[in-house]
Design a binder for this molecule. Structure first.
Ligand SMILES: Cc1cc2nc3c(=O)[nH]c(=O)nc-3n(C[C@H](O)[C@H](O)[C@H](O)COP(=O)(O)O)c2cc1C
Length: 169
């Protein structure tokens, strides 16, 4: 699949098979995150690879949907704010960099035939506790990682004319 096909085929998977994710596919997904661009190449993110087997109850403290723990793996991307490049007004770009890494791994997963779903509606306090996150490490998003057990839906998107402006706002 070329990149446009991967982008078009990716969708938010909210039902998963329990089948294992082969190590080489997980490796390809993690490598995509590693190759993601980051501001000033600071790479201020970490990817947590979480096995679901036997950890369903604690992971569901982070995000309570049953499908969150259906596949064998959950990935969490954290931003490390102190490592991030800062804009001239002091704004750190750690969240932007972490989001780019997340999107890279999500698209790579789609290219490998794996399902994912961006999850931001998680409990950050539970995430800190369950995952033992130190100060300065911010959980940014999670995704289940496994084989889809549902079907893609039609994409609902604004027309380009509503999203793109030329020359001026
Ligand atoms: C930053 C971000 C956060 C999201 N958080 C959640 C979430 O917490 N739970 C969920 O079910 N979907 C979540 N989604 C998935 C969106 O609902 C989904 O991407 C959007 O409806 C478009 O559908 P599609 O991904 O199937 O194309 C999130 C997506 C993004 C980009």
């Amino acid at each position: 699949m070329d990149v446009h096909e991967v982008i078009a085929q990716r969708y938010s998977v909210r039902a998963y098979k329990p089948d294992p994710v082969p190590d080489e596919k997980l490796g390809a997904v993690l490598e995509a995150a590693r190759l993601a661009p980051t501001a000033a190449n600071r790479q201020p993110f970490r990817v947590l690879v979480l096995g679901t087997a036997g950890h369903e109850a604690e992971l569901k403290r982070i995000y309570g949907k049953d499908w969150f723990v259906q596949p064998p793996l959950v990935l969490g991307v954290c931003a490390v704010t102190d490592e991030a490049w800062r804009r001239m007004d002091g704004r750190p770009y750690a969240d932007v960099d972490a989001a780019i890494a997340m999107d890279h791994l999500i698209l790579a997963a789609a290219g490998e035939g794996l399902g994912t779903c961006w999850i931001a509606a998680f409990d950050p306090v539970a995430a800190r506790e369950v995952l033992g996150l130190p100060d300065g490490v911010e959980p940014m998003a999670f995704t289940p990682l496994g084989y889809p057990a549902d079907e893609p839906r039609a994409k609902k998107r604004k027309p380009l004319a509503d999203l793109v402006k030329y020359d001026r706002w």
